[in-house]
Design a protein around this ligand. Structure first.
Ligand SMILES: Cc1cc2nc3c(=O)[nH]c(=O)nc-3n(C[C@H](O)[C@H](O)[C@H](O)COP(=O)(O)OP(=O)(O)OC[C@H]3O[C@@H](n4cnc5c(N)ncnc54)[C@H](O)[C@@H]3O)c2cc1C
Length: 388
């Protein structure tokens, strides 16, 4: 049986970062992955341009049952540490919006960088590796289709459940349960929401700048009507904070006060129909549907103040309850996961099982859209790699 100081299961962003960091400290490291190549999710991330970090990352960008847990790692692994790696390899990048950094060329450059850094650290990588069994005696004993290995430290970096067709599995949760660790229930996140309500299906394709709110969180971005419900950045963001059965509130006209605007229209354009006037602010198909469903269309001077207030409500506060999400198949991440109260926020080692570590998306730490999830994977992998 071949012995290593550190075995990492899962060769995504967190596992690779952990392998290269521990390897470059002189640790004897083996990384095992079930897929035929490592870094599959990095390759598809950010529309294949990999939104690899966010300049303004802070703990508020993450949801977790234990919101303070991520603070320590985020303070030790800042975006400039990752940027210095890109600069070392001359990989060009650009800032899209709000601190979001993307590769100019392709995400593959990031995977190649990580592989080169693993090589420098002499970390061994084995793909197509099926883990059959893990036991802990004096060391962790790992039985696989490629042979048996033992290790002093075992790092689980197998990610969450989103996108099973590119290697996602519940393996990390199973190992956590096997060793008696608690799991915070999981659900798809950064995911489109679906509605039973068929009224909106003929609006598919319409995109609108909005303010979307749920559970005291708001996002000022666009929504996109789909055949199943709603998508677009504002919806993906709010899906991290939405729980089944809850309503979301959408302000379709966040830049104006419709009550004041209608009062003004009554003076300036009294004979104009409401659908024409609001049709200058929002897509006409959407306005038509809203007036059909929620308030009658007529010349603007025929609305009394009560009707004006009601009209403003339906455009400023569209309250709707999604029936669910489009699921793990297209979710970018998994909310919930290994309970971080079970781990040291400094090393990510289990309080119960010495030498057992969890890093990356497998943990109950979920980032917003904008480079925060990859940043969490790098940060957690780096902190463990430094101390394992
Ligand atoms: C389409 C898409 C686009 C995204 N874009 C971005 C983006 O631009 N910016 C951003 O910040 N985040 C993005 N994300 C989220 C981000 O990619 C993930 O949060 C991050 O990659 C998680 O890293 P990880 O290492 O924890 O897990 P993963 O990257 O999921 O890696 C887990 C690894 O474990 C392996 N594995 C799983 N089960 C087993 C097993 N039983 N045995 C052995 N190996 C196993 C898998 O093959 C995989 O290689 C995106 C996600 C998706 C799906």
């Amino acid at each position: 049986m071949k012995h290593y100081q550190v075995i990492i299961i899962g060769g995504g962003a967190a596992g690779l970062m952990c392998a290269l960091t521990a390897g470059q400290r002189g640790k004897k490291v083996l990384l095992l992955d079930q897929s035929d190549q490592v870094g599959n999710k990095i390759l598809v991330s950010g529309g294949r341009h990999c939104n690899f970090t966010n300049l303004w990352v802070q703990s508020d960008n993450y949801t977790s049952n234990n919101p303070n847990f991520c603070k320590s790692a985020l303070s030790r692994f800042t975006p400039d540490i990752f940027l210095s790696l890109l600069e070392k390899y001359g990989i060009p990048y650009n800032e899209k919006k709000a601190g979001q950094l993307f590769c100019n060329k392709e995400a593959k450059e990031i995977v190649n960088l990580l592989l080169k850094e693993c090589e420098i650290g002499k970390a061994e990588i084995k793909t197509n590796c099926e883990i059959k069994n893990i036991q802990k005696e004096e060391y962790f004993l790992i039985n696989t289709n490629l042979g048996d290995y033992s290790a002093e430290s075992l790092v689980i970096a197998t990610g969450g459940l989103s996108m099973p067709e590119i290697g996602a599995s519940g393996f990390g949760y199973d190992i956590a349960k096997q060793f008696g660790l608690n799991i915070i229930p999981t659900s798809p996140a950064l995911v489109p929401l679906v509605f039973d309500n068929k009224h909106f299906r003929d609006l598919a394709g319409i995109s609108v700048e909005t303010l979307v709110s749920c559970n005291k969180k708001s996002f000022r971005e666009s929504i996109l009507f789909t055949h199943k419900g709603l998508s677009g950045p504002a919806i993906l963001q709010i899906s991290n904070y939405w729980n089944k059965g809850e309503e979301i509130v959408i302000n379709l006209l966040p830049d104006i006060d419709l009550v004041k605007t209608m009062n003004k229209w009554q003076k300036e354009k009294p004979k104009a129909e409401l659908k024409t006037l609001i049709g200058e602010l929002l897509p006409k198909r959407l306005v038509q549907k809203w007036l059909e469903l929620y308030c009658p269309n007529k010349p603007v001077n025929q609305y009394n103040q009560k009707e004006i207030n009601k009209t403003a409500q339906v455009f400023h506060k569209w309250r709707t309850i999604p029936s669910g999400t489009e699921g793990y198949k297209i979710a970018e991440v998994t909310k919930g996961g290994v309970d971080t109260k079970e781990l040291s926020s400094k090393t990510f080692e289990s309080h119960k099982v010495k030498g057992l570590y969890f890093v990356g998306e497998v943990l109950d730490v979920t980032g917003q859209l904008g480079g925060f999830n990859l940043h969490w994977a790098w940060a957690s992998g780096y902190c463990t790699g430094q101390l394992v």
